[in-house]
Design a protein around this ligand. Structure first.
Ligand code: GTB
Length: 217
């Protein structure tokens, strides 16, 4: 039986690919592994049956035999460690690719998520317009540093890896909330290069298909 993941039954982005199951789908596609998807409602995510799988009541989760995982970083690392295609064989190169996975999730994604959350949870407060440029500057600093490191390379460290998969997923998220990515042409091209991968295309289409037949909420 293939591994099974959970995804939103009804995603607020209606298939724009922003929910984190897209990253996991992409990882499965890169390594050529089939997977099942179980859709869960917001209500179900907070119920005991789901909380056993995910203590924070979120998606995605991963189930394979008697193994259950949560956290996209951990899920993608597990997929990458068990199937060829997302981590180099050389142990030092592998460690560096895993470092980029952590950098994407721990260093680049947090300021992007904070800005996104603030823009829909705090926007009615008078101080929001003062906080926004501060949050933008935090993101810009990270983008500038990342842009300097990437230079004119195709990927962050040699061949495409799970580090690129996560970094591109994180940067894609920014594209939907701010035009800031366009200030860094090599990053915009890097993201486009990731999106052009057939595995990403299949993952994006699969998550979009969940919403294709539905009327708007
Ligand atoms: N650190 C965890 C991981 O990496 O797996 C974070 C998981 C997470 O944030 N899950 C979100 C969730 O389940 C979905 S991805 N939220 C429901 C809840 O917390 O109650 C975040 C997300 C959701 C929707 C959009 N969107 O529609 O634009 C974008 C991103």
């Amino acid at each position: 039986m293939p591994a099974a993941i959970t995804a939103f039954e009804s995603s607020p982005d209606r298939g724009a690919g922003l929910a984190r199951d897209t990253r996991v789908r992409w990882a499965f596609e890169e390594v050529g592994q089939p997977y099942d998807v179980r859709l869960v409602s917001f209500k179900e995510m907070k119920e005991p049956a789901h909380l056993v799988l995910h203590p924070f009541g979120q998606i995605p989760t991963y189930e394979e035999g008697n193994l259950a995982l949560f956290e996209t970083g951990s899920i993608i690392l597990h997929i990458a460690e068990n199937h060829a295609g997302l981590l180099p064989a050389d142990s030092n190169a592998r460690a560096r690719a895993i470092t980029w996975m952590f950098a994407a999730l721990n260093t680049v994604e947090p300021p992007i998520v904070e800005r996104e959350a603030a823009s829909y949870m705090e926007r009615d407060n008078p101080w929001h317009k003062h906080r926004l440029p501060i949050m933008d500057d935090r993101i810009r600093t990270r983008l500038s540093q990342l842009s300097a490191r990437l230079g004119d390379a195709d990927w962050l460290d040699g061949a495409f890896s799970a580090g690129d998969l996560l970094m591109i997923s994180v940067l894609l998220r920014l594209r939907y909330s701010s035009p800031m990515l366009d200030e860094f042409p090599n990053l915009a091209t890097y993201v486009a290069r990731g999106e052009a991968r057939p595995a990403y295309q299949r993952a994006f289409a699969a998550q979009l298909a969940v919403f294709a037949d539905r009327a708007p909420n």
